[in-house]
Design a protein around this ligand. Structure first.
Ligand SMILES: [Zn+2]
Length: 306
């Protein structure tokens, strides 16, 4: 076992896996297995109103049915709030309460890389306002990292995001904080995930530095797009994937990743061939690729042709 490679897959249990999330699950599993490393599963269930136990069960059944078995115990973000609170305390010198409403921020802000750039209104104190969220103070330094596939990504957080939220007005810890704390706890060395998160990564690198946590290697694979160029998601009615879909979908997903077909055989044999053939450099270095036939097949959504 290669302790130098620790990967993970981190789905949100808000519905079944779909072809887009299965693509990143497969890529991260292959990357870990091809390097003899370990692969962890983390359930990102912080957004409790939208997460269900049924969806979690469905995801676990699907991964098991595909033969994508994880190492070690499953972790759930909902059990980790004490660790997020501890990280927030550790960064006390860099964070401050913010009393701005969403509307105020939208009205007074320029657009950045991922929504409005927070104008720093509460940096010097709340005044008459009540604290709603907790933000981290960013600086003017460039943050750059080299993605294994997408190349160099560079941002200046003061210009591109502004001071960003770590603890939300609704009481939930922000994704940016949770993912950094959890990856550090697991000792993740290689994050393989969808390129829709590429623009979040510099914020995560910034938090890693404040927390003294190492920065993992990153491999952001293209996300699958529907015919109108939208990322496949539950909202765009992406095809749900179940345990029984592996034989049919495996080679189609591998083709999206620029990998060769596995040919005939049992699923374990085919997965082993995919591991042996895994060449991350052959993945298209794009943020998104058309899902094509993966999107239009609907075997699990009622129109059963089998
Ligand atoms: Zn504010």
């Amino acid at each position: 076992m290669n302790r130098a490679h620790i990967g993970r897959f981190a789905p949100s249990p808000t519905g079944p896996l779909h072809v887009g999330s299965m693509l990143t699950a497969l890529a991260s599993w292959l990357d870990a297995r091809a390097s003899g490393g370990t692969w962890h599963l983390r359930i990102e269930d912080l957004d409790t109103p939208r997460c269900t136990a049924a969806a979690e069960r469905d995801i676990l059944q699907t991964l098991a049915g595909w033969g994508l078995h994880h190492d070690g115990p499953l972790t759930r973000q909902s059990n980790r709030t004490a660790a997020y609170q501890a990280a927030l305390s550790q960064m006390a010198a860099h964070v401050y309460p913010c009393g701005c409403s969403r509307r105020e921020i939208a009205d007074s802000s320029v657009r950045g890389i991922d929504g409005p750039v927070y104008p720093g209104t509460c940096r010097t104190g709340l005044g008459e306002r009540e604290a709603r969220a907790v933000r981290v103070r960013v600086d003017d330094a460039d943050i750059a990292f080299v993605d294994r596939l997408q190349g160099e990504v560079r941002q200046r957080l003061s210009r591109d995001t502004g001071d960003f939220v770590l603890h939300r007005a609704d009481g939930l810890f922000a994704y940016q904080l949770a993912v950094v704390v959890d990856d550090a706890e697991l000792g993740v060395t290689d994050v393989v995930r969808g390129a829709d998160l590429l623009d979040s990564t510099p914020r995560q690198v910034y938090l890693q530095r404040l927390l003294g946590a190492p920065t993992p290697r990153y491999l952001h694979v293209p996300v699958l797009l529907d015919a109108s160029g939208e990322k496949l998601s539950k909202q765009t009615l992406a095809r749900a994937v179940g345990a029984a879909d592996a034989p049919e979908l495996l080679d189609l997903l591998l083709a999206c990743l620029g990998q060769p077909a596995t040919g005939p055989g049992t699923l374990p044999d085919r997965l082993q061939r995919a591991v042996d053939a895994w060449r991350p450099a052959q993945i298209p270095a794009l943020r998104g690729i058309p899902a094509g036939p993966l999107h239009t097949q609907t075997s699990r959504q009622g129109v059963t042709a089998k």
